[in-house]
Design a protein around this ligand. Sequence first.
Ligand code: ZN
Length: 329
Amino acid sequence: MNSSLEMPFSSAEMLDQNFVNHKPRLSFDGGTFDAWQDWRKRLLPELRELLGPFPNGASPLSPRVVSTEAFDMFTLHRVIYHSQPNVPIPAYLLIPKNVTEKTPAVLCIHGHVPGGKESVVFGDGELGAPYGRKLAEQGVITLCPDNAGMGERAHPSGGCDFLWRRLNYLGHDLTGYRVYDLMRGIDYLRSLAEVDETRIGIAGLSGGCWLGIVHAALDDRIQAAVLSGYFTTFAQTSWFGHCICHHPKAIGELCEMPDIAGLIAPRPIFVEWGTQDVSRPVQPAFEMAQKIYRAADAEDDIRLHEFDAGHLFSGERSLPWLVQTLSRQ
Ligand SMILES: [Zn+2]
């Protein structure tokens, strides 16, 4: 507030006034199965358009194994595959010991941390359970890639911000760019002889939760998802800050984050939230998504585990749930 004129000059402050009555155009507000089907048919293509453009047709993955290391309960391969001809993706592939038949697999999406995939496999507990390793110890094949701009894919000039600027200049969206890489990760998993391609799930914490929500919404090959620590609304996060990589252009004109999660229905999802993680509140997002699942006749397929901790991946209930869900006949 300018004290001499007693009027605000900050545009951010003006926009707060627009925000009060703002309602995203395609937020779900029905209650019946038909309303859900109709809404899904309208939102899904618009979301895909907003996050694109995506490449036309998949290019060869050209995968290779860089190194292999034996651990007690799994074998860890460092692999590289290509999302696009000029986009190589480094990843860890964990194959449980004694795999003899087609086995469920989980794409483990790392959180918004500079080290990328390291935390998912070699995490020391600061971010909670290293789910890429824990799932492999429970008999599931896991693929843990670096997201664009992080881990081995970081650039000396910066992570998300630098990448966002270049993609924005070229008319691309960073979330869409990362999600396309994740879709190619599913292609890679499905190419492996050990993987049961009908039993593929995802798990993600924080920024990996956000990417997981979008990925599962757009990719119906994903049978189940654990979404931890960023199941929230844009209104409670993006509006106030958080990284620019969580803000596709005009997303709030189209829908809210739980609407995107609702596109996953009727496929099962398990949501996790640490109750001390107050800058990423799970409500009302969970109730909004639950309403969509209810309309889709899938109310039992959305679950929530709240636990007394901060911003971390618990895994206490979600990981056994995921293993069981993917193992179901
Ligand atoms: Zn970011």
